[in-house]
Design a protein around this ligand. Structure first.
Ligand code: AMP
Ligand code: ZN
Length: 483
């Protein structure tokens, strides 16, 4: 079966072919977190869908180049830093760090780069794009000194979200990054400084101000991946206005098609509503871990439903996931025990050999599991194949009809599919509240350039069995015994 994905742009399933002439290199951009608080597990549903996508592409031998942005300046981060009474960078640093820890806990593969919106190189790239758009008369500076996109001059505007601009038309200007289709208007690319922004501002040809959220992604994506991407992902709430605006800005600059495949995951729901910060109906990963669940249990729970189907978060669902993992663990333990037995030649019982011979070996391709994922990441189909395999191999083991060689083959098969699932093995220990607090204090000490305190806190962590390392993605905390 060819690899195919549902493209939001065409609203159709399409065969996947990257732009790269060799057909192997894939450029993928994924919208990342706004670091004004801990990401909630709804956000992680989106990041896990993207992880599943990347891992499956890699299993199919594509080379994936992925970028995920970190939004560390916007209305919410500025508001947070002002209420906490600390500079913006100091306010966002612990949330960035927590985000990377959460990615590790959930076994989400790291993107190749995580550009930050406040990086001066990125700000410069955003300003350059706005200048190009200005030269093409696609954007204008309004009386309030902010720069807006003239959406009526970009006929494609509305295509991704599938609404007709001629009916809705421009209804004025919107400075907010998020607004709805009923009040569609010219969106802001550069927001002129005002008092509420405090010390947060950059110089630009249009006066001091800061970038809008949408231009961040256009600039970072083209800076790091080039003018044309193969895949761009996010949650469905990103379709409008965020991704629509990204298309208008990027294509307005380059004149080329920005993205070949737009892929969006449905929401994680709570009691029929989207899990979100604004509704207050959310759990962070840490909330769920505090209830005794492990990272891989949360990973499984958020990944087991097809990404385009809404998923209701419930504690029963968490229990089901725990039970599913227990079944997998028990099965693997049985297979390992069998594989270690002396592989003495025994005749395979005739009845089994003729009736269910396929269970003695995974078929050539592996195969139903991977085929299901080829079909727009049909994870429920893939897990169906896995549990059917578990049932049948367990039955064969019960009957003494699975020999050690066959058990080894099934273990190899598991190792291959677990490159996508990433759910086997021991749990990476989650950070306790105490260790998190020391780790966060060390981040603060380093930001304040208090190296002595930072070293003391490193020693304190070491005494408790944890190692602090400073990497380009921030501080990393690992168990000293290598767990
Ligand atoms: P934000 O930090 O709000 O920009 O969201 C980061 C990512 O999480 C985006 O791709 C959103 O579309 C996605 N997202 C937010 N809430 C949910 C949810 N309840 N379920 C799934 N994805 C979500
Ligand atoms: Zn984005």
């Amino acid at each position: 079966m060819p690899l195919r994905f549902f493209n939001t742009y065409s609203r159709a399933l399409e065969e996947f072919h990257p732009l790269d002439p060799t057909g192997r290199e894939v450029k993928m951009y994924t919208c990342g977190p706004t670091v004004y608080s801990h990401a909630h597990i709804g956000n992680f549903r989106a990041y896990l869908f993207e992880d599943l996508l990347q891992r499956h592409l890699e299993l199919r031998e594509f080379k994936v180049h992925r970028v995920m942005n970190i939004t560390d300046v916007d209305d919410k981060t500025i508001l947070g830093s002002r209420s906490a009474g600390v500079p913006l960078a100091e306010f966002t640093a612990p949330f960035k760090q927590a985000f990377f820890e959460d990615l590790d806990t959930l076994r989400i593969e790291r993107a190749d780069s995580f550009p930050e919106a406040t990086d001066p190189r990125q700000i410069a790239a955003m300003i350059e794009m706005i200048k190009t758009l200005m030269a093409r008369d696609l954007v204008y500076q309004a009386d309030d000194k902010s720069v807006y996109y003239r959406i009526n001059k970009f006929p494609e505007y509305g295509h991704l979200a599938h609404f007709d601009l001629s009916e809705l038309r421009s209804t004025g200007r919107v400075k907010s990054d998020e607004y709805d289709k009923e009040h569609v208007g010219d969106f802001a690319l550069w927001k002129a400084w005002d008092e509420a922004d405090g010390p947060v501002k950059w110089e630009s040809p249009w006066g001091p101000g800061r970038p809008g959220w949408h231009i961040e992604c256009s600039a970072m994506a083209t800076q790091l991946l080039g003018e044309q991407l193969d895949i761009h992902c996010g949650g469905v709430d990103n379709i409008f206005p965020h991704h629509e605006a990204e298309i208008a800005q990027t294509e307005g600059c380059t004149g080329k098609k920005f993205v070949r495949y737009w892929m969006h995951c449905a929401h994680l729901m709570v009691d029929g509503q989207k899990m979100s910060k604004s509704l207050g109906n959310f759990y962070t990963l840490r909330d769920v871990l505090a209830k005794g669940y492990s990272g891989r249990e949360v990973r499984y729970a958020l990944m087991r439903v097809h990404y385009r189907a809404p998923l209701n978060f419930t504690w029963e669902g968490m229990e089901e996931s725990r039970e599913a993992l227990r079944r997998i663990d028990d099965w693997l333990a049985r297979l390992r025990a069998k594989a270690e037995e002396d592989n003495v030649q025994r005749p395979t019982p005739k009845a089994f050999a003729s009736g269910a011979s396929n269970i003695q070996r995974p078929t050539e391709e592996g195969s139903g599991f991977e085929d299901a994922l080829d079909d727009d990441l049909n994870i429920s189909g893939a897990l169906g194949v896995l549990f059917e395999t578990i049932r049948e191999t367990n039955r064969a083991l019960d009957l003494g009809m699975l020999d050690p060689n066959a058990a080894s083959s099934w273990l190899q098969w598991w190792q291959r599919i677990d490159r996508v699932l990433a759910i086997s093995g021991e749990e990476t220990a989650a950070l306790s509240a105490e260790i998190s607090a020391i780790a966060e204090a060390r981040v603060q000490a380093r930001l304040a350039k208090d190296w002595r305190k930072s070293d003391e806190l490193r020693d304190e962590l070491a005494a408790k069995g944890w190692e602090a390392r400073d990497t380009k993605d921030g501080q990393k905390i690992t168990r000293r015994d290598g767990v």
